[in-house]
Design a protein around this ligand. Structure first.
Ligand code: LLP
Length: 434
């Protein structure tokens, strides 16, 4: 357990807050996010990256957890952010985010989204191909504005993670393949364009990684490309973006420090530029999960318990796949505890399931919890801060739960839980059927 998770007299506390009091105040299911832990991650990045190497930035990949309040925290901590849709961009702008600190990723940015990005004057668009470049040029011409762009490349490296979250291999919907005729045409068009300032290259090799090999391979590939661009076009690349993907602890994984990934990449980049006798370009990273995953827990109330003799014991909670789709989608594993019985011996193997009409609505398969767990107890699942709330749905008519931000024993609601009315707020009765 990390330091924000504490057991005080058998009751789970999170960032100084008694989880039972949180439940009393805000109900369940409930997402709880620790500001202390989020800031702690940013501080680690400041120490081993931003403050250590000149001309470096962190752009928090806000797809992992996108709310007004996380943008407020990122802004206060001096971070840049990465958005992947008009909706995330809108949320960031609503939170008062400086547009020049926003970067925009995505494999099929809509014209309307690009228009919004250009109007706001955001810092970077990470471009996925020529089709997108021509839309950007068109929009910029129309608005008489210029934007800074990077190209997202697919470095052709395969990282070891779940297939759905591996993105750097050649057969990917993201980025530009490195076939010489393809990539060079892209680069030439961007250099020649009067509407974009071409800064450099971006890659993202995958997510939840514990091995730095694919990051290093991809960095080597980008540096090689930079050399080719210099040789062919006499053009100096000004920025490289190394993506995110740094793994976190859900169950028994051992988290690697950021430096394990960052140091060898920076060494490789600096060595390359030292040899050329040129100042290295800006270097940006885009972590999402590693900032917020362990900063979040989910709290549920236990309901019905079904014991199938000699087979399995199902412990149902009042949430499930609508608030955490990851186990169903990626077979993701989590750890948890009965929050009001932390001291009790964990000697009963159970399966924690959700309340959806769906056999795959399982949150944790085979976890040991106290034998005395019963309806009304509170069950906490750890490390749900990333891709939990941000992937939530109202499947089976379950309203999206509230999110509370906690810090040193204080709590504040940052997302109101949906009411049934909110949930159907955009629906209309078909007039002809009334
Ligand atoms: N940058 C780009 C361009 C990305 O596509 C991603 C994640 C990130 C940064 C951040 O990666 P992270 O540091 O969070 O690993 N829903 C999945 C994860 C999808 C990740 C997609 N891209 C999950 O719940 O595991």
């Amino acid at each position: 357990m990390n330091s924000i998770i504490e057991n005080k007299k058998g009751i789970l506390h999170f960032d100084g807050c008694n989880t039972l009091e949180l439940v009393e105040k805000y109900g369940t299911p409930l997402y709880v996010m620790s500001e202390t832990e989020i800031v702690n991650r940013f501080n680690q990045l400041k120490e081993c990256f931003i403050n250590k190497y000149p001309n470096t930035r962190v752009a928090y990949a806000s797809k992992a957890f996108c709310t007004l309040a996380i943008y407020q925290i990122c802004k206060r901590e001096g971070m840049c952010i990465d958005v992947v849709s008009g909706g995330e961009l809108y949320t960031a702008i609503k939170a008062g985010y400086p547009p020049e600190k926003i970067e925009f990723n995505g494999n099929n940015k809509l014209r309307a989204e690009i228009e919004l990005a250009v109007e706001y004057g955001i810092g970077r668009i990470i471009v996925d191909g020529l089709q997108e470049l021509s839309i950007i040029e068109d929009v910029c011409k129309e608005k008489n504005k210029k934007v800074k762009i990077l190209y997202r490349i697919t470095p052709g490296v395969k990282s070891s993670s779940h297939d759905y979250i591996v993105t750097g291999k050649k057969d990917s919907k993201f980025g530009i393949p490195l076939d010489e005729d393809v990539i060079m045409k892209h680069i030439k068009d961007a250099i020649d364009s009067e509407w974009v300032e071409f800064l450099g290259f971006h890659y993202h090799v995958g997510s939840q990684l514990f091995d730095n090999e694919s990051h290093l391979k991809a960095t080597r590939i980008i540096l090689e490309l930079i050399k080719q661009v210099k040789g062919k076009f006499d053009y100096d690349i000004k920025e490289i973006n190394l993506g995110g993907g740094f793994g976190v602890k859900y169950t028994d994984e051992v988290r690697k420090p950021y430096a394990y990934f960052i140091e060898p990449m920076m060494e490789m980049i600096n060595d390359f530029y030292n040899e050329l006798g040129v100042v290295p370009p800006s270097v940006v990273i885009e972590p999402g999960r590693s900032i917020v995953a362990e900063a979040g827990i989910s709290l549920y109330t236990i309901g019905s318990i079904k014991e199938i003799r000699d087979v399995r014991k199902y412990v149902s909670v009042d949430g499930g796949m609508p608030d955490n789709i990851r186990p169903a989608l990626y077979q993701a594993e989590y750890d948890g505890v009965v929050a009001n019985k932390v001291d009790e011996e964990k000697n009963d193997k159970v399966t924690i399931c959700g309340k959806c009409c769906e056999s795959g609505d399982i949150l944790i398969t085979d976890i040991k919890i106290t034998k005395t767990a019963k309806a009304g107890d509170i069950f906490a699942i750890f490390s749900t801060g990333a891709y939990g709330y941000s992937m939530a749905s109202t499947y089976n008519g379950n309203p999206i739960p509230a999110v509370v931000l906690v810090k040193d024993g204080d709590s504040e609601l940052i997302v109101k839980g949906q009411s049934y009315e909110d949930m159907i707020g955009n629906q209309l009765m078909a007039k002809k059927l009334i």
